[in-house]
Write a protein that binds this ligand. Structure first.
Ligand SMILES: Cc1ncc(COP(=O)(O)O)c(C=O)c1O
Length: 390
């Protein structure tokens, strides 16, 4: 045993993701339907893949500018303007990152001092807490409760604010609960952030995956928010490009330059051909996104209706993203036990709600980013398996 072969102290409180555990378990088992993972089952549109291939063949295989290829940053500035009426300087206020994941990490490494408090949703996306801890910050959890349709109330957030609070994470459409906030709800949270002088990291990676009459509101558009909001976004979900790893962040120069500095020494730049793929995704027809969302919509109704017909499950109709987050308390097991039960007895992998935080206990997350037929089969299996619970 070599004494110094120990991980650094800063990793002490970092636990591997509970979702990955189920994903890995499922891979070792035959005939499992995997509904644990959060990525579209679609392939990226052909024009996107062609652009990556062309870029590689044309020799665009060198380092790119640290903040991303200029054409992509310009197209992102145009997108922010046409979607939300926001104006960002492509040179200093937009940074292309390795997925939204890197943007989240950079935001914390770039802006947090040891001991600063960061308000994060619970349940919440699995990257927030470890990124806060790695940056030396203190995560403070605001609850997302089923009785409030998994939406934060202004009081539940402001009651946690202290003189050490620096940043709040908001994520709508939401993973894992699929909730979407309406204009008034976002406005109230934005006003609280202004009043308490918080930086807002608004994770909007599911902005386009939204159903029915729900509307996405970009945090940076609200009064007083542009100067304090970093909007994190990604090509992963909108264009089914998870493995190409292109995300981006936009915000005021003072904030983005801090992220840029850290980004420079962590990754140098994002994969060049993948940036050309992202550019093609933005510039090309958006019909592929509409078709994908139409299909997700069909699946969401299937899963929601079928689950609510099975005694013991209770779930809200998802408003965005591609997850359902049913209450499973009636089955008398913890979310970890119940996910294990479904894996072993039904051959269906899901994610225990507890892997998204303590307030996720009592729920599981089911991703409907699998084919309609697979989902039907998974739901049949789940129905049969839970009937055997005494
Ligand atoms: C809420 C949320 N934010 C950010 C990400 C990061 O995605 P990526 O790094 O692929 O852009 C994910 C991925 O699951 C997510 O669910």
């Amino acid at each position: 045993m070599v004494a110094h072969l120990k991980p650094a102290e800063r990793l002490k409180n970092i636990k591997p993701s509970g979702i990955r555990r189920f994903f890995a378990l499922a891979q070792g088992m035959p005939d499992v339907i995997n509904l644990s993972i959060g990525e579209p089952d679609f392939t990226p549109p052909k024009h996107v893949l062609d652009a990556a291939e062309k870029a590689a063949k044309d020799g665009k295989t060198h380092y790119t500018p640290t903040n991303g290829i200029p054409e992509l940053r310009t197209a992102l500035a145009q997108k922010a303007n046409s979607d939300y009426g926001l104006t960002y300087d492509p040179e200093s206020e937009i940074l292309v990152t390795v997925g939204g994941t890197e943007a989240i990490f950079l935001a914390l490494i770039g802006l947090i001092n040891p001991g600063d408090e960061v308000l994060i949703p619970n349940p919440g996306f699995v990257c927030y807490e470890p990124s806060v801890l790695l940056a030396g910050g203190v995560p403070v959890y605001f609850p997302l409760l089923e009785e409030n349709d998994f939406k934060p109330t202004v009081d539940s957030v402001t009651s946690l604010i202290t003189d050490k609070s620096r940043v709040i994470f908001l994520n709508y459409p939401n993973n894992p609960t699929s909730a979407v906030l309406c204009y008034k709800e976002v406005a109230a949270l934005a006003a609280a952030a202004v009043e308490r002088d918080l930086i807002v990291i608004s994770d909007e990676v599911y902005e386009r995956i939204i159903y029915g009459d729900a509307k996405h509101c970009c945090l940076a558009t609200f009064s007083g928010m542009n100067a304090r909001t970093l909007v994190v976004n990604s090509f992963s979900k909108t264009y089914a490009m998870t493995g190409l790893r292109v995300g981006y962040v936009y915000g005021p120069k003072e904030l983005v330059s801090a992220l840029w500095l850290a980004h420079q020494f962590v990754v140098a730049c994002v994969n060049g051909p993948a940036q050309y793929a992202a550019l093609a995704a933005l510039k090309g027809s958006q019909d592929c996104v509409k078709e994908m969302v139409r299909e997700f919509d069909r699946r969401r109704r299937l899963v929601y209706n079928r689950l609510n017909d099975i005694e013991g499950f209770g779930c809200m109709l998802p408003k965005g993203a591609f997850y359902v987050f049913p209450n499973i308390r009636a089955f008398g097991m913890s979310s970890e036990e119940f996910a294990e039960f479904l894996l072993k007895e039904a051959g269906v992998a899901t994610a225990p709600g507890s892997s998204f935080g303590s307030y996720g206990e009592g729920y599981i997350r089911i991703s409907y980013a699998s084919s309609y037929e697979e989902l039907e089969e998974a739901l049949d299996r789940i129905e049969k398996a839970v009937k055997r619970i005494k």
